[in-house]
Design a protein around this ligand. Structure first.
Ligand SMILES: Cc1ncc(COP(=O)(O)O)c(C=O)c1O
Length: 419
């Protein structure tokens, strides 16, 4: 069997270098822990960017997957299957009460696979709704997004990214899709001003992350969600919440918007919906927005979206989020983790810590300088975490983590960071 070094060499030789991973090879995982081929054990503090909310290889999700895969896995949407309906019914039942539905039209979902596909789906549905329901003149629909957003990496999505290294990352894929307007994150006044300057009759949607994960766990000012809701309702603009990273209990509530009890018109979901073992995403919105008068057969879809295996897995993943009270755990353990990190930040560290912030178990430590060096050292101390935007390290372990494991992690983090 090859060793870690040999696996890394193969990645480099045969795989495009579209990532710059930490030099660790994971060959086994369970709960919050992962192992490399040499048997070294690491605490996963990234959770595959919040895909592992229920922990790696959750036995009940594995069981649901094994039972389903033996029966039927993928048939395409050319036929119906016996898993999609019950899954979507459950998803709409759980998410529906969090969706704004002033016309009481009911909740509907559109299943896809990856996060970027859920985002593309949301954008297409918003434009179609804009033309069909809001009577926006042909090809004039505008969608407003936020500075420093991260919604994925398709051409349309990277076209409205303002990644700090735009030139390096997303500069070479033009021409981009028109119709997007970028405004400051957390600034409700700018949202209203922009809607007015574009002409409210042309604006289909405002899409944003309730917590900007990739930008370094940025949390907007208190009251922002509420104001966004008011503005979107006032001008009949769809409020689209990309909760692909912040949703499904990560922030200590089912959705980050629940912290202000605000209901968007549409949720974009992914990552943890796949139970940490399969790509499952989708949008959840109202029948008024995605009903048969807006989305007709053939206008959107995916060979794999809504397949039997995906639906069986996602259905079990939803059960686990609720049965294991993962939102409550994220609140309690997130507070505990952040308190420990703040104690470390108060001591003299090799690079001063500017801020420890977060919500639930979506936590960031922002340094007054380069943070990548620490990520390498954490690995040597058995902690896997990743820097984002050079100066920030995100800590987002599976929500099933125990206090003792956090204590152990804090000891290692302190060893690495103290001056
Ligand atoms: C908020 C948000 N939206 C969309 C995506 C894209 O998801 P995927 O990588 O599954 O396409 C991500 C991924 O990190 C994300 O954090």
């Amino acid at each position: 069997m090859p060793n870690s070094e040999e696996y890394i060499k193969m990645d480099h030789e045969y795989g495009a270098h579209n990532y710059h991973p930490l030099e660790v090879v994971i060959s086994r995982a369970e709960g919050c822990w992962v192992w490399d081929p040499e048997g070294r054990k690491y605490l996963d503090c990234l959770s595959a960017y919040s895909s592992q909310n229920m922990g790696h290889c959750h036995p009940e999700i594995i069981k649901a997957m094994e039972e389903q895969v033996k029966k039927v896995a993928v048939t395409s949407r050319a036929f119906c299957n016996d898993q999609m309906g019950p899954y979507l019914k459950k998803l709409c039942g759980i998410v529906g009460p969090h969706v704004n539905d002033p016309k009481n039209s009911g909740t509907m979902a559109l299943p896809m696979n990856t996060g970027a596909e859920a985002v593309e789906t949301g954008l297409k549905v918003a434009r179609a709704w804009g033309y069909i329901k809001k009577n926006i003149p042909k090809d004039q629909a505008k969608i407003i997004v936020c500075r420093d957003n991260f919604h994925g990496r398709t051409i349309t999505i990277v076209g409205f990214s303002t990644d700090i290294q735009h030139g390096n990352y997303f500069g070479n894929f033009g021409p981009y899709t028109p119709g997007f307007e970028i405004i400051g994150y957390g600034d409700a006044q700018e949202l209203e001003d922009t809607i007015l300057s574009l002409g409210p009759e042309n604006v289909a949607a405002f899409m944003f992350e309730p917590i900007q994960g990739e930008a370094g766990v940025k949390i907007p000012p208190a009251g922002y969600y509420t104001k966004v809701r008011e503005i979107c309702s006032k001008y009949n603009v769809l409020m689209i919440a990309d909760e692909i990273q912040s949703g499904l209990c990560r922030s200590g509530k089912l959705f980050a918007l629940d912290h202000e009890e605000v209901k968007p018109d549409m949720f974009l979901l992914g990552k943890a919906l796949g139970g940490g073992i399969y790509p499952v995403s989708g949008i959840v919105t109202t029948r008024d927005i995605v009903g048969p008068d807006v989305i007709k057969p053939g206008t959107h879809g995916s060979t794999f979206g809504g397949n039997s295996l995906a639906c069986a897995i996602a259905s079990k993943a939803l059960d686990i989020l609720i049965d294991e009270k993962l939102a409550e755990r994220a609140t309690e353990l997130g507070a505990y983790f952040m308190e420990g990190l703040r104690k470390i930040a108060a001591k003299p560290t090799k690079v001063p810590i500017k801020e420890v912030r977060g919500r639930g178990l979506l936590i960031a430590v922002e340094f007054d300088g380069n943070a990548r060096q620490f990520v390498e050292h954490f690995k040597e101390h058995g902690i896997l975490a990743k820097d984002t935007h050079l100066t920030t390290i995100r800590f987002a372990p599976p929500l099933i983590i125990e206090k003792e494991e956090i204590d152990w992690a804090l000891e290692q983090i302190e060893k690495v960071l103290l001056a």
